[in-house]
Design a protein. Structure first.
Length: 162
């Protein structure tokens, strides 16, 4: 790695730790921390990950512990959702499905439902400037999610809970 590349990498790490940077972790005390995931299709460009292409969410991969809370904040200028992808839709449970995964019978991703990782959730439409319901990190595992409006963009992310 040359000096310039190293400096860029170091800057990214610093940005990730700055309280005002998009996406943040706060709280603590008795009940775990709150991870705020920024929703912004323009800001968060597609990027490769072990789960396939992510995009639209920052951080795209959230590392969390059981007892933590996840909230999704829309800093974009139009509506998005954060909607869990049913495990049955994924490939080996670790790859974003290529086909739209949110049209299963009884699923209404544009309405808010669920508040745990293991139970599945959808924020419903989160308007510009608004924040989703709290989603509890209730069980260890890998949870893939996406935006039900712009899944193909791609707008996809993952939560890894330990
Ligand atoms: Cu969207």
């Amino acid at each position: 790695m040359n000096a310039r590349a190293f400096f860029s990498a170091a800057s990214l790490v610093l940005a990730a730790c700055t309280p005002n940077a998009v996406g943040s972790t706060s709280g603590g005390g008795g009940g775990g921390v709150t991870h705020t995931v920024d929703i912004n299709l323009t800001l968060s460009q597609p990027a490769p990950s072990t789960y396939g292409q992510t995009g639209g969410f920052t951080p795209a991969i959230v590392m969390a512990k059981v007892g933590d809370t996840i909230v999704f904040k829309n800093t974009d200028s139009f509506a998005h959702t954060s909607t869990s992808i049913p495990v049955a839709e994924t490939t080996n449970e670790t790859q974003f499905p290529s086909k739209y995964p949110f049209n299963n019978p009884g699923e209404h991703p544009l309405s808010q439902s669920g508040n745990t990782l293991s139970g599945g959730w959808s924020s419903g439409e989160v308007q510009a400037g608004s924040t989703s319901q709290n989603v509890l990190v209730d069980k260890a595992g890998t949870y893939l999610f996406g935006c039900a409006i712009h899944y193909g963009a791609p707008m996809r992310g993952a939560i890894v809970a330990q």
